[in-house]
Write a protein that binds this ligand. Structure first.
Ligand code: 4AD
Ligand code: MG
Length: 477
């Protein structure tokens, strides 16, 4: 007998065939109808079981969460709500789920509650939909780059360098914390550590990706990155996945073109391939919005919002123009910003980014040419001597989703920068070598994968778009 997934049965509909399907009970009603789901689709398969024809013990074992194998004939459904159903001839119980203790019952659970049950939450409609979209987005990322001449490159996860220079790194060490070896002047003696030097988990694979772009031409990374920043926000994780393309011979304009095309392409893939899940997530959001005051409801439903991004150009605005807009904006004049914008040079906060995107331009914005002193050391200095060829892509509801730049390819300028920032040049000898041997214009950017999943699914909190979120004071599972 042929075994099918729920998705196959619902799409292929082999009516009249004897079939077998495995899954978990979502709901069980009238002692007769079992809604079965196996994770292959948001939709359930209705199984009609005439329990009087079975051992009476069976009925007691059927409840939400139980794992079953159902065998029977696929027939056109008599009832409303589904087109086909299984008339069961045999039911095998893989495992029961005691309703007294199984936490995922067929009712609405809060996202906070489910976060504490992260090992079971993927059995809910919301999380299964989010995780299918996440998987599709990851595939779309690889497809986009592979079809456009990029090579997938794996930067190291344990590293001796701090790419972003923000000092927010998790140390990797095998030294005995009870008995740390010290040097003569009392500092930790890392020469006795596993790698013979101080090492950390990477915050970004960019610097190593640059070395590969200068040989393979166009590369991308897609892997986990780690930041020990104490940010308890709905946009920050201590462990998140980042996609970092890096391209030789690309200037900032080409970099911006790529970022825009890439983002549009992966969202288009999700629109085309995750219809059912997006419809479910859209409906979920609309229900959620009903409890919000009118002025806080979003103007576009989820699918419309994704289509808007795919179909419209991003607005490109220099930092200097943005500061003018912000300085003269209503919330700034009425002192509504938590961080008022008074002068050129101010770092932009999430409230400013969202004002530009959501209120002023009403579309995604790429800000470029930021002040040098609020950006990382590797960005290319402009002729004005005070701005760098940086770019951030800002998204509605999210704020910064991409950060990138054209890289400083001139040895002396880079050396000066490194010196001014008090970074140890010796640590970056290999990075500087790129500027010594066959240096060239090159650029790249980093996309925060979870922020993109958040946008595509409409989930408000980044902790709900990764299976096991890592954030301050939490590393359960
Ligand atoms: O702007 P960031 O710090 O840029 C870099 O790391 C560069 N090395 C990228 C490059 O040019 N290759 O981070 C890039 C993106 C941000 O725009 C944001 O989407 C995401 O990574 N991000 C985070 N996502 C979740 N949690 C955090 N703590 C994040 N920090 C950054
Ligand atoms: Mg950034």
């Amino acid at each position: 007998m042929k075994s099918y997934s729920v998705k196959e049965l619902l799409t292929k509909q082999p009516i009249g065939e004897s079939v077998e399907v495995n899954g978990w009970v979502k709901t069980f009603r009238s002692n007769r109808f079992v809604a079965l789901n196996d994770g292959s689709t948001i939709h359930n398969l209705q199984c009609v079981v005439d329990f009087e024809n079975f051992d009476e013990e069976l009925l007691k074992q059927i409840s939400t969460g139980a794992a079953l194998k159902v065998t029977g004939t696929l027939v056109e459904s008599q009832g409303r709500g589904q087109s086909v159903e299984i008339q069961a001839t045999d039911v095998f119980v893989h495992g029961t789920a005691d309703p007294e203790t199984y936490p995922i019952q067929p009712k609405k659970h809060s996202l906070e509650f489910l976060r504490e049950k992260a090992h079971l939450r993927v059995r809910t409609n919301t999380f299964s939909a989010v995780m299918r979209v996440r998987s599709a987005l990851a595939f779309a990322v690889h497809q986009y780059f592979q079809q456009n001449g990029f090579y997938y490159m794996h930067p190291p996860i344990i590293t001796g360098s701090d790419a972003e220079g923000a000092g927010e790194m998790f140390r990797v060490s095998t030294l005995d914390p009870q008995n740390t070896p010290l040097t003569e002047d009392g500092a930790v003696d890392y020469s006795q550590d596993f790698f013979g030097k101080e090492t950390n988990l990477t915050v970004s694979g960019q610097l190593e990706a640059e070395t590969y772009a200068m040989g393979l031409g166009k590369v991308y990374t897609f892997g986990p990155t780690f930041r020990a920043e104490n940010s308890n926000t709905s946009r920050h994780l201590a462990e998140f996945w980042m996609i970092e393309p890096e391209m030789a011979f690309y200037d900032l304009d080409a970099n911006m073109d790529l970022a825009e095309d890439f983002i549009q392409s992966i969202l288009k893939y999700v629109l085309e391939n995750c219809k059912d899940d997006l419809e479910f997530l859209e409906k979920r959001l609309l229900d959620e919005e009903k409890s919000k005051p009118q002025n806080e409801r979003s103007e576009m439903a989820l699918i419309e919002k994704l289509k808007f991004i795919v179909d419209n150009n991003f607005k490109r605005v220099s930092y200097t123009e943005a500061i003018d807009i912000l300085r003269n904006s209503k919330p700034n004049k009425k002192k509504k910003f938590q961080f008022p914008i008074n002068e050129w040079g101010a770092d932009l906060q999430s409230e400013h980014e969202r004002y530009l995107v959501e209120k002023h331009f009403k579309c995604p914005v790429i800000l470029f040419d930021y002040p040098a002193n609020i950006k990382a050391f590797y960005m290319r200095l402009n002729e004005d001597g005070k701005t760098v060829r940086a770019m951030d892509v800002l998204f509605p509801g999210i704020g910064e989703i991409v950060g990138g730049s054209q890289r400083e390819e001139r040895l002396e300028v880079l050396q000066q920068k490194i010196k001014a920032l008090d970074i140890d040049e010796k640590e970056l000898w290999w990075y500087l070598d790129l500027r010594r041997f066959g240096t060239a214009v090159h650029s790249g950017f980093g996309l925060g994968f979870e922020r993109m999943v958040q946008f595509a699914t409409g989930m408000g909190n980044i902790r709900d778009v990764i299976p096991y979120p890592r954030f301050p004071q939490n590393a359960e599972f």
